[in-house]
Design a protein around this ligand. Sequence first.
Ligand code: GLU
Length: 427
Amino acid sequence: MVKVRFAPSPTGYLHVGGARTALFNWLYARNQGGTFVLRIEDTDQERSTQESIDQIVEAMTWLGLDWDEYYRQTDRTDAHLEAAQSLLDSGSAYEQDGAWWFRVPPGETVVHDLLAGDVTFNHDQIKDFVIRRSDGTFVYNFVVVVDDADMEITHVIRGDDHLTNTPKQIMLYRALGRKPPKFAHLPMILGPDRTRLSKRHGVTSVLEYRRRGFLPEAMVNFFARLGWSHGDQEVFTRDELVKLFSLKRIGSSAAIFDEEKLRWLNQQHMKLADPSRLVDLVHPFIIETGKVTEEMWSAAGDERLTIGAELLRHRCHTLVDLADMMLALFPVEIEMDAEISLDDRQAEIIASISDALSQTPSFSRDDVERLLHDVLAAQGAKLKDVAHAIRVSVTGRAVGPGLFDILSVIGKRIVVARLRKLLGGTR
Ligand code: GLU
């Protein structure tokens, strides 16, 4: 039975690399029907903070990476002490200046890594190392082994920056008489300039992406593709990932973090999302614009907002974009992304359209279409003569969904007001 863990040190927020590691462990557990453990490695008391633990938990919850068991390493100090004492007793460790040192035996250790292959480490290159500091605290390489062994972790899946720690850990398993797990070290993540991904490349905090209007399922899809692939498929739902994930499909070369690709994936997932959920998600972003109050939000009506979100999402990359476009559904002043210049003839046609629209009892899509066609026919005009001016003045955008659909959902009062404003402003 597979049992894996994500073991973050709570010394900062959950960053992109950590989230990818967490996801690969979670996917492997879910794919195998195994157990996923979240273990907070807070032994470094000076650098660990409760705030960081809260943020890690919040980010994992947002991503939907649920865990079956939860531990804090500092709760396990007794087990660590007992294991360290046993190493002292057996002579595998010795005391020096108050610190406890592991005695590296002669020979070599071969790490049979599921991804990196066999990597041989000659013990000549590895010095004796501290397992317990003189202040009584334990060192990562030691506690990670005691915890993974006690928790019966079967696979350690983590970033390849830990590959060089692995021979020390394997020596400790042997000295403790425990069986080492299987190891899979994930290829590193590089920025677009092919250097190791870091803050220099921009945002790396997972929760910052939530703030910037990304959907959790898009982040999960994006993180999965940082190293894992399935043919040339790019868009995966969470269920598909769980079904298809396998360690065998993880590449050996570094993964490139490409934010343009993330934006594209987010657009795809916004198209796949349930429109009423999109409305819930876009709500705080609309309020954040400062133009729409909660009262205006409630007055807008769920159904209208849902239809609006469904129509407008196609050109959006993030919830911030969608919020911006959805402002058109509220009685607020909107910004326009294109110029409108009306000649007298166009103004005359739009004036009669506006009059007719203001008098119609029904503002359904089909009624709006019929009415516009009637007015245009009476005027001997074509829709294309005025469509751009109407669209831009009412929606703020030169391109968008079908004109009748969007007029209908924006509604009579706002449409007529914006057309009147257009006419007032150009005549
Ligand atoms: N606490 C370690 C880290 O955050 C865990 C490494 C491991 O997975 O063994 O890097």
